[in-house]
Design a binder for this molecule. Structure first.
Ligand code: TXA
Ligand code: MG
Length: 483
C-alpha cells in the first residue's frame, strides 16, 4: 500500500515538472504542500485517498494540456473574438495577407507557415483533385472539392463509405453558399435565424439541391444537400484559399469513431491520404447537428443531434419569433417523431450503417434510464467483479465515465483487472464529455484494452448528442445501480 502513495507522489511531481518546462524546477513550497498531502493520506489510508491522488494527477495533467492549448490556439482568451483577431494580426505583423471576410466582415489572418500549408493543400484539392484532411471545430474532415465528382469519389474510396450515404458540403462565406443554391432560392425565416445564431459553427442545414452545381455523388441522389460553414479558422481559411466548397465527412474509416485529433486520423488513414493538416484537438469533439427545415409545416427536424444543442436552437428561434408569431417546433428524430421511410435510407446519420465503433467491444453502463420491464438493476460492484473474471485473464478494461462518477471508487476496490481510465469531465459539464468522448474511445482502443465500459450521462444539452453516439458505439447495455 505504502508504495502506491509513493508512486502517487512521484506522479504528482512528474506532472508539476512537466508543467514547468523548460526549467523543470518545482517550487519548494508547492512540493512540500503535496508531500504533506500525500503523507497525510499515507497515515490515514483509505480507498478515497488513493482516488484523490489519482484525481490530483489527472487534474494537473488536464491543466497542463489546457494551458498548452490556450497558448497554442488562444493566447488572448480574455478578449472578444474580433479583438482577438485584430490583436493576433498585430502580433504577427500588419502585412499579413487577408484571406477572407466572414459574414460579419471580420478578416481572418494566418501566419506565413499557415499560408504555405493552406496553399499546398489547395493545390492538392484544386489541381490534383485529391483529398485533404483538415481540422474543424467539430471533428477532423476528409475534404475534396464538392463540385468535382471525380474528387468526391476519392472520399468514398478512402473511407470505404457506402455510396448511398450523402456528404456535407462546407463553405467559408454566405456568398459561396449562394453559388450552390438553386437560382432564386429564398431563405426561410427559420433558416435566417439559425444562420444568424449558429454560423459559422457546428450546425448543418439541408437545402434544396441545385443539380447543375452539386454532383449526384455528393447527395447520393437526394433532392437536398447538407451544407455548413465551419468556425475553425483553418477550415474556413482552407476553403477560402482554395476558393472551393469542400465536401467533407469525418476523416475516419466508415464505422469507426470520428477523429478529434490529427493523430487519430494518422492512425486510421495512414497511407491513404496525401495531407493531414494538424490543428490540434477539436473544440467541440462531436459532429455538427444536422437539421432539416425543408418540410411544409415549417418545423425544424433534428436528424442528428450534435455540437449545437436542441436547447440552443429552441432559444434562438424564440428570440427571433416575437410578437405572437408561431415559433417552429424543434423535433428530434426518434425521440419526437419517427420516419420509417427515412430510417430505411441512410440519410439519417447512423441509422442504416454501423457507427462510432472502436475495434473492441463497448458496453453501455446504464445508471440513469429505466431498465426494460423484467430487467432489474445489478449493483455496480457485483457487475465489475463479474467482468473481472472474464478472459483474457486478467482483462484490460477501459472505462469512460464522468470525472465525478462513483465508478472510480468502485474500480479501486475491484482488484484484478488492469483498469484504463478516461475521465469525461464533470457530470455538470456535458460539453466536456462531448469533447472527450471520441478521444476516449480511440485512446483506449490504442492502449489495447480488451473491452470498454461507458457510463451513461443525462440526455440534456450536449448529453443528447453524446448518448446518441454512445448508444451506436455500444454493442451491449447493462442496467446498474450504485448501492
Ligand atoms: O461536424 C460534421 O458534420 C463533420 C465535419 C467534418 O464537418 N462531418 C461529418 O460528416 O460528420 P459525416 O459524413 O461523417 O456525417 C454527415 C451526415 C451523413 O451521415 C449523412 O447521413 C448526413 O450527414 N447527410 C448528408 N447529406 C444529407 C442529406 N442531403 N439529407 C440528409 N442527411 C444528410
Ligand atoms: Mg462520420
Amino acid at each position: 500500500m505504502a508504495s502506491k502513495y509513493a508512486a502517487g507522489y512521484r506522479g504528482i511531481l512528474r506532472e508539476l515538472r512537466k508543467s514547468l518546462d523548460p526549467s523543470r524546477k518545482v517550487n519548494t513550497d508547492i512540493k512540500s504542500h503535496f508531500r504533506a498531502v500525500v503523507e497525510n493520506a499515507r497515515q490515514h489510508p483509505s480507498d478515497q485517498a488513493l482516488v484523490d491522488l489519482d484525481n490530483t494527477i489527472l487534474f494537473l495533467k488536464s491543466q497542463r494540456e489546457h494551458k498548452r492549448l490556450l497558448e497554442r490556439y488562444n493566447p488572448l482568451h480574455d478578449l472578444t473574438e474580433p479583438e482577438r483577431l485584430k490583436a493576433t494580426a498585430n502580433r504577427v505583423g500588419l502585412n499579413m495577407p487577408k484571406l477572407h471576410s466572414d459574414p460579419l466582415g471580420q478578416p481572418i489572418f494566418a501566419s506565413p507557415d499557415t499560408i504555405v500549408v493552406l496553399k499546398t493543400a489547395a493545390h492538392q484539392l484544386n489541381t490534383l483533385h485529391r483529398t485533404v484532411v483538415f481540422p474543424t471545430e467539430t471533428v477532423y474532415g476528409l475534404g475534396a472539392v464538392a463540385t468535382n465528382a471525380e474528387a468526391a469519389a476519392k472520399i468514398f474510396a478512402t473511407k470505404s463509405r457506402p455510396a448511398d450515404n450523402p456528404l456535407i458540403v462546407h463553405v467559408s462565406s454566405l456568398e459561396m453558399l449562394e453559388t450552390l443554391l438553386p437560382p432564386g432560392y429564398e431563405y426561410t425565416k427559420a433558416y435566417r435565424a439559425l444562420i444568424k445564431h449558429f454560423w459559422p459553427g457546428a450546425l448543418t442545414l439541408l437545402f434544396p439541391r441545385n443539380s447543375d452545381i452539386i454532383p449526384n455523388i455528393i447527395t447520393a441522389g437526394q433532392a437536398s444537400v447538407a451544407i455548413r460553414m465551419p468556425s475553425h479558422p483553418v477550415a474556413r481559411a482552407l476553403i477560402a484559399v482554395s476558393n472551393s466548397p469542400l465536401a467533407a465527412p469525418s476523416a475516419n474509416t466508415s464505422g469507426k469513431p470520428s477523429p478529434t485529433k490529427a493523430e487519430h486520423v494518422a492512425r486510421d488513414l495512414s497511407g491513404k491520404v496525401p495531407i493531414i493538416i494538424d490543428g490540434g484537438a477539436c473544440g467541440v469533439g462531436l459532429e455538427s447537428t444536422v437539421v432539416d427545415g425543408l418540410h411544409e409545416d415549417g418545423n425544424i427536424r433534428v436528424l442528428r443531434p450534435g455540437g449545437i444543442t436542441v436547447e440552443q436552437i429552441r432559444q434562438a428561434l424564440e428570440e427571433e419569433y416575437q410578437g405572437g408569431e408561431s415559433v417552429p417546433k424543434v423535433l428530434v428524430h426518434k425521440r419526437d417523431y419517427q420516419d420509417e421511410e427515412m430510417e430505411a435510407a441512410p440519410t439519417t446519420p447512423g441509422m442504416k450503417y454501423v457507427h462510432y465503433s472502436p475495434a473492441v467491444p463497448v458496453t453501455l453502463l446504464s445508471t440513469l434510464s429505466n431498465p426494460p420491464s423484467g430487467t432489474t438493476r445489478q449493483p455496480v460492484r457485483s457487475f465489475l467483479r463479474q467482468i473481472s473474471a472474464t478472459r483474457p485473464h486478467p482483462p484490460k478494461i477501459g472505462v469512460l465515465a464522468p470525472s465525478d462518477s462513483g465508478i472510480w471508487k468502485e474500480i479501486v476496490a475491484c482488484e484484478g483487472p488492469s483498469w484504463h481510465r478516461f475521465a469525461l469531465g464533470p457530470i455538470s459539464n456535458p460539453s466536456l464529455s462531448a469533447k472527450r468522448l471520441f478521444d476516449g474511445l480511440l485512446t483506449l482502443e490504442a492502449e489495447g484494452v480488451d473491452f470498454i465500459l461507458i457510463e451513461e450521462i443525462a440526455e440534456t444539452h450536449e448529453g443528447l448528442a453524446v448518448m446518441n453516439r454512445v448508444r451506436k458505439a455500444a454493442g451491449e447495455m447493462v442496467w446498474l445501480d450504485y448501492v
